[in-house]
Design a protein around this ligand. Structure first.
Ligand code: ADP
Ligand code: MG
Length: 380
């Protein structure tokens, strides 16, 4: 099946080809016609299955056919949970924007960087990608009006509707026209539908892509049961012994992340961290370096658990488990994306074992668990 048979303008074909998108992914097959048809959508499909282009392409298609007078204020708003994801979604829009005949602009706004350039640009942008806090700040300064927003996207929708963002998202919703198209996407959207109904007033089209029974899992999961003090040596063993060239390690706190990095550096393993205590410039540079394959180990908090797309990332290691089973799914979903397989390894201390059982139960999968303490970790 081709992209154009989904109703998408042939103007996108050259870029799709250049990006190596030879055919639409399952979520794209269903989401693209629904979004073009101006429906509200709840799109649920696994990590790395192309949800972003599933909304970016039809939104651009629709903008192209809208009349020029509709383009004086932002008409599309995408809300995301992190600055890094805002940059990434912005990049996807930028990739496909040149295919349009009309010159439309797209802007990402988020905190941690100077607000002045954003104040200048935001009112004129057609498409806004934003983290909630900074958007509210800009709206509070009257730098932008959101009353022309015709399409709202909540990427990582369950996270955006979660308690942590509730107050801010509610304040943003109050600034939007009630009649609009709502598009909600996530790999883990399900239980909290009452909250969804506060955003999506019409009956949405629910698109849920589930794995085929015979589908081979792209993410190879493995766990090591290991005492807390041996986690460091085991991590270094896995990296050195496994000759891992690019690893994303998740830690439970900023302090833990920095501690792991220090130990790795002492052992001559090139590593750096990304978390909320670092400057935005450092966060951006380090992630860029890692994406470019110039940094062997990136140690991150759950800041990078959602949405971040690192092409061909071969391995994710959970140094500690996340509290939420959903975050486990998102963390390991940084590998095994776009049809490329990858490994997800979790280091489980005896204290974490009960929680790991719960995660496996929620996930509906059992993870092969080996004994880490039986490995010879001398010298690591
Ligand atoms: P999700 O949001 O579902 O986790 P993304 O939208 O980040 O996934 O896409 C994951 C990767 O798949 C990206 O690198 C993207 O460029 C790639 N991709 C998306 N659609 C296609 C397609 N139709 N064919 C090939 N690759 C694709
Ligand atoms: Mg995504």
């Amino acid at each position: 099946m081709s992209f154009t048979s989904l109703g998408l303008s042939p103007a996108f074909l050259k870029t799709l080809d250049a990006e190596g998108y030879s055919e639409p992914t399952p979520i794209q097959k269903e989401a693209i016609p629904a979004v073009i048809g101006k429906k509200d959508v709840l799109g649920i499909a696994k990590t790395g299955s192309g949800k972003t282009a599933g909304y970016v392409l039809p939104i651009l298609h629709n903008l192209q056919t809208a009349t020029v007078s509709q383009h004086r204020e932002p008409t599309v708003l995408v809300l995301v949970p992190t600055r890094e994801l805002a940059d990434q979604v912005h990049e996807v829009f930028q990739t496909f924007l040149p295919a349009l005949t009309e010159r439309l602009t797209c802007l990402a706004v988020y905190g941690g960087v100077s607000i002045n350039p954003q104040m200048q640009a935001i009112g004129k942008a057609n498409i806004l990608i934003a983290t909630p806090g900074r958007l509210l700040e800009l709206a509070g300064k009257n730098a932008v009006r959101l009353s022309s927003i015709a399409t709202l996207v909540l990427d990582e929708a369950d996270k955006m509707l979660n308690l942590g963002f509730k107050e801010e998202v509610d304040r943003i919703l109050a600034l939007l026209p009630p009649k609009r198209q709502n598009l909600l996407f996530s790999a883990t959207l399900g239980d909290d539908l009452s909250r969804v109904q506060q955003v999506v007033l019409r009956n949405p089209q629910v698109i849920k892509i589930t794995d085929e029974a015979d589908e081979i899992d792209l993410i190879h999961q493995l766990a090591y049961l290991v005492s807390e003090e041996k986690k460091g040596p085991l991590l270094r063993y896995l990296i050195k012994h496994g000759d891992l060239k690019q690893v994303l390690v998740f830690a439970s706190s900023t302090i833990k992340a920095d501690g792991i990095v220090n130990k790795l550096l002492k052992n001559k393993i090139h590593a750096a961290s990304v978390h909320s205590k670092l400057s935005q410039q450092t966060r951006r540079d380090t992630l860029r370096q890692f994406k470019a394959g110039e940094l062997r180990v990136l140690v991150a908090t759950d800041l990078l658990a959602r949405g971040i797309d690192i092409e061909f990332l071969p391995c994710v290691i959970n140094y500690e488990l996340p509290r939420s089973p959903k975050d486990y799914i998102h963390r390991i979903g940084r590998t095994g994306r776009a049809e490329n397989p990858g490994d997800a390894i979790s280091l489980i201390s005896p204290e974490e074992m009960d929680h790991f059982q719960l995660i496996q139960k929620k996930m509906g999968k059992r993870v092969k668990t080996l004994s880490g303490d039986q490995l010879d970790l001398q010298g690591y």
